[in-house]
Ligand binder design. Structure first.
Ligand code: GRF
Length: 195
């Protein structure tokens, strides 16, 4: 068994797909951490009976970041899963969990890092589109890739159609990759006699 936390800011559809997958696994989803009180991710977590920790940023970013760091340290997850978390994690958090934070990004990195990746890649007619799952390092969407999947755009889909294809790919693959990472961590614990 290994423990994970999900951090989300918005709709939380990836969070929900991960929660449903982990419910049928040996692993534990400890909590959803959310920085936006109005996020639909919170409603999804409450429905799924996943504990929610609200970290409101307001105008004091440094304070929120240190509350987040303290929460992460005390919950001590084996894996931190970013699923539409719209904040850049401070270096101190990344350094405390080296190689143990994963993120999903809706483009084929290194193309289109940062915000509005779907819109920007769609606007670039002919650019391949898809999703990337990667380990989080100190850059924005720059860490080592775990997997990438391309979405078909050869039939000339509209932007909303393309968004739906990207999200379908995310929900199909991200939970699986998260579970695989937790399996790997679990095996490492076993080898070190920690389970
Ligand atoms: C996803 O498209 C993900 O790739 C990006 O943010 C979006 C989150 O969607 N990082 P949701 O909140 O999981 O529905």
């Amino acid at each position: 068994m290994a423990d994970c936390l999900v951090l989300a800011s918005g709709s939380g559809s990836n969070f929900e797909a991960i929660a449903l997958r982990l419910a049928n696994s040996p692993h534990r989803l400890l909590s959803l951490i959310c920085d936006r009180p109005e996020a639909f991710a919170i409603v999804r977590a409450e429905r799924l009976l996943v504990p929610v920790l609200r970290i409101s940023y307001g105008r004091r970013r440094e304070e929120a970041e240190s509350r987040l760091e303290r929460a992460l340290v005390s919950l001590a997850p084996d894996l931190i899963v970013l699923a539409g978390f719209m904040r850049i994690l401070p270096a101190a958090i990344i350094d405390r969990f080296p190689g143990r934070i994963v993120n999903i990004h809706p483009s084929l990195l290194p193309a289109y890092p940062g915000l509005s990746a779907i819109e920007r890649s769609y606007a670039d007619a002919g650019a391949p589109m898809g999703i990337s799952v990667h380990i989080v390092d100190h850059g924005v969407d720059t860490g080592p890739l775990l997997a990438q999947f391309e979405a078909d755009r050869t039939d000339g889909p509209s932007l909303p159609e393309m968004e739906e294809r990207i999200h379908t790919l995310e929900h199909r693959h991200y939970p699986h990759i998260v579970e695989e990472q937790l399996d790997i961590i679990d095996r490492e614990h076993g080898m070190r006699g920690l389970t």
